[in-house]
Design a protein around this ligand. Structure first.
Ligand SMILES: [Zn+2]
Length: 279
């Protein structure tokens, strides 16, 4: 029975390892907004970096949130149509002042981020953000119209960040402003005159982002859906089955061989008993 216990432990261990693997792969690399506790050393770092940072009137966090919304709810449709955004469109990567820096952010593990320009390492994403603000601000294009964060309202990035985002505080004037900005984005990024692909994307854009800018609550943002999030889970389940199946068969095999051993032992005992009885 010892063998069975050993195999049961291996089985349990593989499940635990797999859970760990899933946890790591769903860390900041994928979702980018994990918050860590900071030590006193971390606080010192933050203060030092803040002292020298020049003022940039565009929120990196909100720009990142807008970028995520675009990536999740617009890019799949644009790619499907094989459509190339023009530089006149504010959603073009070159019109995000932080894009180059964000692409030079190397995620190594939960506690290590590396600057792609100077290879310096950081424990948390906020420290590498401050490092970019302080050391590489010369790489920011501060010209007009390059702040993605300005489009946060029009593209519902608060609703995307927080699924419980309340519609009860709807302000009709703000909704109208956002709708106007949203529709002007649709017109500049997907001009209907450019052909069928642009027209289809124009329509998708209105459904995804612009229709929900009303206080009626009739339309929800991102109504056409986003990236296939199910694919990650399908992959995870596939990998789990692949890892556990051989362990399961080994487990069965060992139980069987253990049972066989026991039956043989029982036979031996009963035979011995038969022989012993007449005497
Ligand atoms: Zn650097």
């Amino acid at each position: 029975m010892k063998k069975v216990t050993v195999i049961a432990s291996i089985f349990l261990f593989s499940i635990l390892r797999f859970q760990e693997l899933l946890h790591v792969s769903s860390s900041p690399h994928f979702y980018g907004n994990q918050v860590h506790e900071e030590s006193s050393g971390g606080k010192r770092n933050l203060k030092q970096e803040q002292e020298n940072a020049p003022e940039v009137r565009c929120s990196r966090d909100r720009s990142r949130a807008v970028w995520k919304v675009i990536d999740e709810y617009l890019t799949p449709f644009v790619e499907k149509e094989n459509y190339e955004l023009s530089k006149k469109c504010r959603l073009h990567p070159e019109n995000d002042m932080f894009r180059d820096q964000e692409e030079h952010k190397i995620y190594l593990d939960r506690n290590e981020w590396r600057c792609g320009y100077c290879k310096k390492s950081f424990r948390e994403e906020k420290f590498i953000d401050l490092h970019f603000d302080k050391r590489h601000y010369n790489l920011l294009d501060l010209s007009h119209g390059k702040c993605l964060a300005d489009l946060c309202g029009a593209l519902h990035c608060d609703a995307a960040k927080n699924s419980k985002f309340s519609r009860s505080k709807c302000n009709p004037a703000a909704a109208a402003r956002n709708r106007h900005l949203c529709e002007s984005l649709a017109d500049s990024c997907f001009p209907i005159s450019e052909g069928p692909s642009a027209s289809r994307l124009h329509e998708v854009f209105l459904h995804q982002f612009c229709e929900a800018h009303s206080c009626s609550g009739k339309h929800k943002p991102f109504s056409r859906g986003g990236k296939d999030q199910g694919s990650f889970f399908r992959l995870a389940v596939g990998a789990l089955v692949l890892v556990l199946l051989p362990v399961f068969y080994l487990f069965l095999y060992l139980i069987q061989s253990d049972m066989k051993g026991r039956t043989q032992e029982l036979r031996r005992i009963s035979k011995a008993g038969w022989k012993a009885k007449p005497a």
